[in-house]
Design a protein around this ligand. Structure first.
Ligand SMILES: [Zn+2]
Length: 130
């Protein structure tokens, strides 16, 4: 079971992958309002803690495609997966709809998108079954 973090403080400063949960209250850039999951990885200095701290901070310069979502919407938090790759996480979430093909995955030849829609009532593979 991966850990879920609503804030970056307790996230390990390790390299790895993460699934960021984002809510859009209003449509934006071709995406309808709703819940989204973005799969990313952090391999640089500060690892997962630094990258997720950036995602969770408002007012950053828009550098990546996903920055537009985290600025316009709300970041609920993230599940972290040290030593894993974001493409493996996308594969685990393959039953979720792809809202915009190619989002965040322009360097990736495997995934249809690194952003997935997360419709209400859909459990994630690592969540407890009711
Ligand atoms: Zn990928």
């Amino acid at each position: 079971m991966p850990d879920f973090h609503a804030a970056a403080d307790a996230i390990p400063a390790l390299p790895g992958a993460y699934v960021l949960a984002i809510i859009l209250d209003a449509p934006m850039a071709g995406l309808p309002a709703g819940r989204y999951l973005y799969c990313g990885s952090a391999r640089g200095p500060g690892g997962l803690r630094a990258r997720l701290g950036r995602h969770m901070r408002k007012g950053k310069a828009v550098r990546w495609h996903v920055d537009r979502l985290t600025e316009a919407g709300w970041v609920l938090g993230a599940w972290v997966f040290p030593d894993q790759s974001e493409c493996d996480l996308v594969a685990q979430l393959a039953r979720l709809p792809v809202p915009l093909p190619g989002f965040g995955s322009s360097d990736c030849r495997v995934c249809p998108s690194h952003l997935l829609a997360w419709p209400a009532g859909v459990a994630l593979p690592w969540e407890d079954k009711p």
